[in-house]
Design a protein around this ligand. Sequence first.
Ligand code: MN
Ligand code: MN
Length: 475
Amino acid sequence: MAEKKGSKLEKKLTIKQENSWLTIDKKQEKEIYTFSESYKNFLNVAKTEREVVDFVIATATKHGFKQIEKTKKLKPGDKVIVTSMKKNLALAVIGKTPIEKGMKILTSHIDSPRLDLKQKPLYEDKDAELALFKTHYYGGIKKYQWVNIPLAIHGVISRADGKLIDVNIGEDPDDPVLVIGDLLPHLSRKAQGKRELFEGIKGEELRLIVGSRPLKTEKDAKRKLKLNILNILNKKYGIVEEDLISAELEVVPALPSRDVGLDRSLVGGYGHDDRVCAFTTLMATCELKNPKRTAMTLFFDKEEVGSVGATGAQSNFFELCAGEILERLTPKYKYSTLKRALATSRAISADVAAGMHPVFKDVYEKQNAAKLGHGVVICKYGGARGKQGANDASAEYVGEIRALFNKKKIPWQYAELGKVDEGGGGTVARFIARYNLNVVDCGPPVISMHSPFEIVSKIDLYFAYLAYKEFQLAE
Ligand code: MN
Ligand code: MN
């Protein structure tokens, strides 16, 4: 006999997929909205990897974490910070179980797609009589999205005298902002109309307008507009043009995070990918008390350009952190003990998933797509063109994570990025997996990923935090 829709057997046998807003009580609702306020604040004050590192250190310090160099020995319950070149770091809470029996690891990345200033950025356009900065974009952006919006510059300049100068222009309401101007539609038909969408604005066309006023006092100067900008920078930071060569100046949207939707159920902001996971893993680990296993939470740089470089997940930082901890627990440990501590560890690669776009639904495979408001997304594999480059977590490990979330009543959903031949992407999971450990991707879904104003759901944000916390608490 055929079963009717909604029948008992159907309930027993099929996946339950409910909008999480329907299942929460008043108390949780309040917690969700309060939590999202602190997240919005974080988004506004930590827009670059260096700023996230500062935020993580400040927050962890408030929660009793100490710089590992200041400790000689570690014991269960101790909390430490391991830093690296100011652009990535790790937190650890020592557990009761010996470390060689495995740690509980959370990883996120703290770099987001953006525009970097070129090392020789400044010039003046003689015809238009404007001073401009040239940029070199970082990560996978749709270039046309970065024009006509207020932009800020964050970063550092290493001056000739060795001093590191912090730069932050465009965030204070009294600051000026910078902008990349687009061409007016009246004259765009030929110049841009025939271009493909991704080339609507080309890389070399991403140039910031930084000034329009020549320096009056320098009558003999050849480039008065450029000189005026250099003069302003010199007065403010004591720098000359050559100092910009040893600088990291990142151009990010000068837009604060905002509630989105008439029901205020969403948060819009720059760089949810992957600061939403940086923040939620940070809060989870900071609140961890006496975990059974040693909890390690890593914040990586350079994920958006392939996890390369000294501060990316392909560096030796993870192994170094484990070694730093191990030598403070067991001073005469063997190299094989370190390898075993890594290989017996279990990890969640906390990174965002693609939330289904309501208009461009065709690129998603609806049965395996993530929806905003349906909880954290477990993603067994990523990759492209037939799982190329995918970590592909084991069935056993996905089973363990699924069972944990079900037991702790954490709403979760399963998703892939999109349709099989549509495209693809990767995370740090495959680089962590090199140590022969179990790792799976898990994080909230995002709409408008890699754009200057991405969207997440407040309820997914909150349950990501709870999911990470329960993961590190569990045996
Ligand atoms: Mn990411
Ligand atoms: Mn990304």
